[in-house]
Design a protein around this ligand. Structure first.
Ligand code: RB5
Length: 145
């Protein structure tokens, strides 16, 4: 069976955490699709978010974005139709945004969230299913606006 792909991206401020999350994905048997950045040289987070969203939508997979706060990445990602990005700084936020919002892009802030917490958040993102039902109707309403 082929491995499940997960798209990954960061700017310079999220590069170190992105690399750590990538290794964790590999250890867990996922196939990371790294859209960059590939160093700590300064770059623009909206461009990375755009590339990641294209990958998520084209390949119908989930994605993870890291910047300094996670906020800029989420703002940029949510401009793309079909993307439901959420900044998560704790496990509860991540569990609920998967169950209720069918979040397909997890955003994390390297300057906000420690490595241990970020790895736990990633695990929850990977392991939690959308509940559907009344939440599907609400998710559909997001796209109607
Ligand atoms: C980069 O300095 C920083 O602004 C960026 O990583 C992000 O936190 C923006 O939201």
């Amino acid at each position: 069976m082929s491995k499940i792909k997960v798209a990954l991206g960061s700017d310079h401020a999220g590069y170190a955490l992105k690399e750590t999350l990538k290794q964790h994905l590999i250890v867990r048997g996922f196939e990371p699709v790294d859209v960059g950045t590939m160093s700590t040289d300064s770059c623009d987070y909206p461009a990375i978010a755009k590339d990641l969203c294209k990958t998520v939508l084209d390949e119908n997979i989930h994605g993870v974005l890291v910047c300094g706060t996670g906020i800029g990445m989420s703002m940029a990602a949510n401009r793309h139709e079909g993307i439901r990005a959420a900044v998560c700084a704790n496990a509860f936020q991540c569990e609920m945004t998967r169950k209720h919002n069918d979040c397909n892009v997890l955003c994390v802030g390297e300057r906000v969230t420690g490595v241990g917490a970020a790895l736990s958040i990633l695990d929850i993102f990977l392991d939690t299913e959308f509940e559907g039902g009344r939440h599907q109707r609400r998710v559909d309403l997001i796209e109607l606006d």
